[in-house]
Design a protein around this ligand. Structure first.
Ligand SMILES: Nc1ncnc2c1ncn2[C@@H]1O[C@H](COP(=O)(O)OP(=O)(O)OP(=O)(O)O)[C@@H](O)[C@H]1O
Ligand SMILES: [Mg+2]
Length: 500
């Protein structure tokens, strides 16, 4: 086996889980190498071993033919390995520049740090990457996409020979992905060995040279991406052929369940109006920063409304905080599971029943058996990969954490659901499970609002599509056979006149 980076026969066990079973990976210089597999296949674990975050139980790692011993993240850094983790790793209270250079030797002695030079260097790095944010901004004031770009800048601030990207594009939209891809191409030219983890197989086709595919903690195949179709890759990943990617169903629409009129909030929600009927999926498309998440947050009482009205089933409702929204029958499956969706330190089961615990109370006592049965039912329904419902949520793979958040909201008795990027980080097979669950919701009379940056998903699942640009809805389009990504993008860039 040749390769600049070689990981050989790596095995890693966690209590109750054999996460990696003799896995090997070989990456050349100047290669973008995809690491693929379903949620829980072991991708992040393998990369955390390379970055020094986890210790392997067995196996060997070679760089440039030499055995290396990686015991900590500073060992990894010294070897020129940098990683962009799936979960963002920034310090909210610090500036962009401080985050970029955190852990770098120049920060070891704060008294010696030349702040002005650091700001300047950070700004250069951001500009070079085409990221339009100031190095002085505080992380907590940035959206998810910009945070992700800061992670990229941070990884590139050290001269890396090996760069690992664990789902780098999950929070990004097309334009930012283009920028990221040109950066990746530039690094490939420079001879960096790049490991690229993603569930977006179209992107893998576009940017990757070879792919190592894993299933259940084992190697399945190594392929040349150019010679392998997406369907073949999927078959390796899931071990079978998948039926239709978007199991869209059409059911007769019922009464209007939800309406917002002239909603304004913050800087990014301006005069937004739309309605959704029972049985309907309204997709909300737009570029990052268009105000989609902000609209959802405003509806859900997380941000203060400046003006506007909200109606549930024809009745005006006043929402000042999330609890008001929940009581009105609105559920919000958030985009940022780490921030708002999931309590990482709590076990899987407690997270699932977090919002509905009261329902398992009888005469002031928790009916544990009933709670456990419900939890188990949802774990199996969503196919959540965990050794038991008592596993701490932090220990689940990224995609499985997302499923736990979904389960929590599905249990609630909402009639109106807002999903913000519901399939982000979820593998191809599990995406279909999520769509089927959304289908179940609308079949039972719920109204669904689905915010998504993946246009195929918007087109594949929505009945109508509202497109946002700079805080406004620029069009509400019927999703008949003729609706195209190009048409949506035109509205998303403000290029088309308001219709509807
Ligand atoms: N710290 C941990 N403790 C216990 N189990 C863990 C830990 N980290 C990972 N696992 C388990 O190891 C397996 C592999 O997880 P990993 O995060 O590597 O998957 P992944 O391929 O990155 O999936 P995803 O696509 O969802 O991100 C999973 O079953 C996961 O629950
Ligand atoms: Mg992962």
């Amino acid at each position: 086996m040749s390769g600049f980076l070689r990981m050989q026969n790596i095995t890693k066990r966690f209590p109750g889980v054999l996460a990696l079973d003799n896995v090997s990976l070989s990456v050349r210089k100047g290669e973008v190498h995809a690491l693929l597999g379903e949620n829980g296949a072991g991708k992040s674990t393998l990369m955390k071993i390379l970055s020094g975050a986890y210790h392997k139980d067995e196996g060997e790692i070679f760089i440039d033919g030499q055995t290396v011993d990686i015991r900590s993240s500073s060992d990894a850094q010294a070897l020129g390995i940098s990683i962009i983790y799936q979960e963002l790793n920034l310090i909210e209270q610090l500036t962009v520049a401080e985050n970029i250079f955190m852990g770098s030797p120049i920060m070891r002695n704060p008294a010696m740090v030349n702040w002005r030079a650091m700001m300047k260097k950070a700004q250069e790095l951001l500009d070079e990457l085409g990221i339009s944010i100031s190095a002085r901004s505080l992380i907590r004031n940035l959206g998810v996409a910009h945070k992700q770009m800061v992670e990229v800048a941070k990884a590139l601030s050290i001269q890396s020979r090996i760069l690992i990207m664990d789902e780098p594009t999950a929070p990004l939209t097309s334009r930012e992905i283009d920028t990221l891809f040109s950066t990746i191409r530039m690094l490939r030219e420079r001879g960096v060995a790049i490991v690229y983890i993603s569930h977006r197989l179209e992107e893998v086709k576009e940017i990757c040279d070879r792919a190592t595919i894993m299933r259940d903690g084992r190697n399945v195949a190594v392929v040349d991406v150019a010679d392998t179709s997406i369907d073949e890759i999927i078959r390796y990943m899931v071990g079978r052929k998948l039926e239709e990617k978007f199991p869209k169903i059409y059911i007769p629409l019922g009464e209007e369940l939800f309406r917002v009129e002239s909603l304004s909030a913050g800087k990014l929600v301006r005069d937004v109006s739309f309605s959704v009927q029972a049985g309907e999926i309204l997709g909300i498309a737009g570029l990052v920063g268009a105000g989609r998440t902000e609209t959802a947050r405003a509806i859900f009482g997380m941000d203060r409304l400046i003006s506007g009205s909200i109606y549930v089933a024809g009745q005006p409702v006043v929402i000042n905080r999330p609890l008001d929204a929940i009581r009105a029958g609105i559920g919000f499956v958030t985009e940022d599971r780490k921030e708002e969706g999931l309590v990482l330190t709590m076990n899987v089961g407690s997270n699932i029943t977090l919002a509905t615990l009261k329902e398992f109370m009888r005469l002031g006592k928790l009916n544990l058996a009933q709670e456990r049965d419900t939890i188990r039912a949802y774990i199996s329904k969503l196919n959540i990969k965990t050794p038991s419902h008592l596993q701490i949520s932090r220990n689940l793979s990224g995609g499985n954490q997302q499923k736990v958040v979904l389960a929590k909201w599905l249990l609630s008795h909402s009639r109106v659901f807002i999903f913000d990027e519901p399939t982000r980080g979820i593998d191809v097979g599990a995406k279909i499970e999520v769509y089927n669950i959304i289908n179940e919701l609308i079949s039972s009379g719920a109204a669904v609002i689905m915010i998504s940056s993946e246009l195929p998903e918007i087109i594949g699942m929505s009945d109508r599509v509202a497109v946002m640009h700079q805080g406004r809805i620029t069009g509400i389009l019927n999703n008949d056979q003729s609706l195209t990504q190009e048409e949506i993008l035109q509205y998303a860039t403000g290029g088309a006149r308001q219709t509807a």
